[in-house]
Design a protein around this ligand. Structure first.
Ligand code: GLA
Length: 383
């Protein structure tokens, strides 16, 4: 028996005929802070994620254990909390309430969740727990497979309405629909999407977790959204047919008098362009151009959208100064969390060591560096 099954047996007694599911986290290659503006984004599902072991029971109870929190919490299926309890089970309960409201008949289960995704680091552990729960419960209780696009839409709504985080759709969509060996180009307006083969040849994509907790990020996030709404309102005044901010014209930005609002709009428009150019670069296997676009994205997030922080800027500057690195930027919502970097594969280890030392000298704590490998979106593990 493997370690997780043993753990399950210790916790719940019977570990025969367990079903297993996995949901990856995600990293965003490029297209930051434009999913909620209807822009295009290019995330990928990653090999770090959450595994669930599940077994049906005859009791009307949903028993959830998290190895991360070393905690078991149970719910009576007829008395699920109607609002969040401010703990990790909220993401599961949000999904349970949603499925129940859609007429799905809930029944008893014991579940063990085990994650190797660092929490609160911008790798979408929340989206992974929502999508994993949604996928697993739908398969267990309805016997039918999920529509993965609808699942992403529903999970985003659960995050918005039950959890109370006003996020866009990128994270839930990426962990639901990602594919091994690919990045996922997503038009967040139409939800049209295309898998883009990610052939990095002699390069390695690294994820660098600053290990800086993201403080007050949600307040700044909502503020950025409001500033972008304001920019769109101003631009639509002279161009009523302008559908969304990302399709605005850089030349018309002079119409926005307020410098802060103008900068936010400039980021939205230029970042959307960079996504399109990045896809072209990937299709032509022009990784040097992709690296240049990653660098430009960071500059825009730092100076125009102002969602970076000292730790992320330090990591990016250190990496960009190395000849083995062809591009680096912060990724995710910002104010802490992670960066990504495209480095020569042979020097990935040297780069990591150098960076860990200089970062620790500067900030007094170390970052974590992981090679970024792609993965399939949420799935049952059949072996
Ligand atoms: C968070 C949100 C996403 C997206 C990114 C920034 O991850 O959940 O919807 O807005 O920030 O690109």
């Amino acid at each position: 028996m493997d370690t997780l099954s043993l753990k399950f047996e210790t916790l719940f007694g019977d570990a025969t005929d367990l079903q297993r599911y996995f949901c990856p986290g995600r990293v965003n290659l490029i297209g930051e802070h434009i999913d909620y503006l209807g822009g295009s984004v290019l995330p990928m599902a990653i090999s770090m994620g959450i595994t669930a072991l599940v077994k049906a029971t005859n009791e009307p109870i949903i028993r959830l254990h998290s190895t991360d929190f070393d905690e078991t919490i149970e719910f009576d299926i007829d008395h699920l909390p109607e609002s969040k309890q401010e703990n990790w089970t909220d993401f599961v309960v949000g999904v349970l309430n949603h499925l129940k409201s859609k007429g799905v008949i809930l029944s008893g289960v014991n579940i063990l969740f085990d994650s190797d995704l660092p929490k609160s680091s911008g790798l979408s552990s929340s989206a992974a727990l929502e999508v994993l729960s949604y996928f697993m419960f739908t398969e267990l209780w309805t016997g039918s497979a999920c529509n993965r696009i609808q699942m992403a839409i529903d999970c985003q709504r659960i995050e918005n309405n039950f959890i109370g985080v006003n996020c866009g759709i990128m994270d839930q969509f990426a962990v639901a629909n990602g594919k091994l060996g690919h990045a996922l180009l997503l038009d967040c307006n139409s939800l049209e999407n295309e898998l883009i083969p990610l052939d990095l040849t002699a390069y390695q994509l690294l994820i660098i977790n600053s290990n800086k907790p993201r403080q007050l990020a949600h307040i700044a996030y909502n503020q950025r959204r409001a500033e972008c709404d304001e920019a769109l309102r101003i631009l639509q005044h002279s161009n009523p047919s302008l559908p969304d901010l990302v399709s605005g014209d850089i030349a018309s930005l002079y119409l926005i008098e307020d410098e802060t609002i103008r900068k936010r709009a400039r980021h939205a428009i230029t970042e959307h362009e960079r996504v399109k150019k990045s896809v072209q670069a990937l299709k032509k296997n022009d990784l040097i151009e992709l690296g240049r676009l990653l660098n430009a994205s960071h500059a825009s997030l730092k100076d125009d959208f102002q969602v970076s922080c000292d730790e992320l800027d330090f990591i990016v500057a250190e990496l960009q100064a190395l000849e083995f690195c062809i591009g680096a930027r912060m990724t995710g919502a910002g104010f802490g969390g992670c960066c990504i970097a495209l480095v020569e594969a042979d020097s990935a280890e040297t780069v990591s060591k150098k960076l860990i030392t200089s970062y620790e000298n500067r900030f007094g704590f170390a970052p974590s560096v992981y090679p970024c490998n792609t993965s399939d979106g949420v799935h049952a593990i059949t072996t």
